[in-house]
Design a protein. Structure first.
Length: 214
C-alpha cells in the first residue's frame, strides 16, 4: 500500500484485514493507518472501524503438563532445562469455553477512525473475578473487530464462546498454577510494545496478584 500511488486523491471506504495473533502481532495496522491518513475522505468509512482485545483466566492442566513433559524426553534426551524458557512463549491454539474460569476484561479498545499508530503500544490495569472453584494455569486472549458504521453492523469475534476462526486464541501460561475459588479476584497489569529486535513481533508482559480464599 505504501509503495503505490492511487489514481485518486481520496477514497470513501478503506477495507482492511490487518489483524494478527493477539490482534497486533505482525504490526500490519501501521500500513492501514498510513492509508487512512493519506487517502480517506472526511466522513469516510473504515471497515472494520473498531478493535477490542480481551483476556480471561483458564484451567489448562492437561495441555500445559504435556508441553512441559515433552522436554523431559526428546528422542531419549532430557531437555527439561529448556522448559522454563519455552513457557515464556505464548501458545496459539483454540481454547474451549468450558476451560475459562473467570469473567473477561477488556485490555485494549481501538477506534480505527481516530487512533494514532502509537496507541498499539500500551499498558492497562485489569481485574478478573473467578466464577468457580478450580485451578488456574494461565490467561487466554482474544479479539473482536466491529464493522459498526454500517446499516447492518457486524462483529468478527475470535472469542472462545464464538465459532472457530483461523486466528484461534493466545494462551499465556503463568509461572505457577493457582487454586482459585468462586469470587476470588485476579488483578494486575499488561504491557505491550513492539519488539526492539523485530518490529513485527510483540513483547507482552503480565503482572498478576490473586486475592481470595487461596
Amino acid at each position: 500500500m505504501e509503495e503505490i500511488e492511487l489514481p485518486v486523491k481520496e477514497v470513501d471506504i478503506i477495507i482492511s484485514e490487518w489483524m494478527g495473533y493477539f490482534l497486533l502481532y505482525e504490526s500490519m495496522l501501521d500500513c492501514v493507518l498510513w492509508a487512512r491518513d493519506k487517502y480517506l475522505a472526511k466522513g469516510g468509512k473504515m471497515l472494520p472501524d473498531r478493535a477490542q482485545l480481551y483476556i480471561a483466566a483458564i484451567e489448562d492442566e492437561q495441555y500445559k503438563s504435556q508441553k512441559l513433559g515433552f522436554w523431559k524426553n526428546v528422542y531419549g534426551v532430557d531437555m527439561s532445562a529448556l522448559s522454563k524458557a519455552v513457557m515464556k512463549e505464548p501458545i496459539i491454539d483454540m481454547v474451549d469455553s468450558n476451560m475459562i474460569v473467570s469473567n473477561h476484561a477488556m485490555i485494549l479498545d481501538l477506534d480505527l477512525v481516530k487512533m494514532k499508530k502509537e496507541d498499539v503500544e500500551f499498558s492497562h490495569q485489569y481485574e478478573l473475578v473467578m466464577e468457580r472453584h478450580d485451578r488456574m494455569h494461565g490467561l487466554v486472549a482474544w479479539f473482536d473487530t466491529s464493522f459498526s458504521d454500517l446499516e447492518n453492523p457486524v462483529v468478527l469475534s475470535t472469542s472462545p464462546y464464538k465459532k472457530y476462526t483461523h486466528w484461534k486464541t493466545v494462551v499465556f501460561y503463568t509461572d505457577h498454577d493457582m487454586r482459585v475459588a468462586k469470587g476470588d479476584v485476579l488483578s494486575g497489569s499488561v504491557a505491550v510494545k513492539k519488539s526492539q529486535t523485530n518490529f513485527r513481533e510483540l513483547d507482552v508482559k503480565f503482572s498478576y496478584h490473586l486475592e481470595g480464599q487461596h
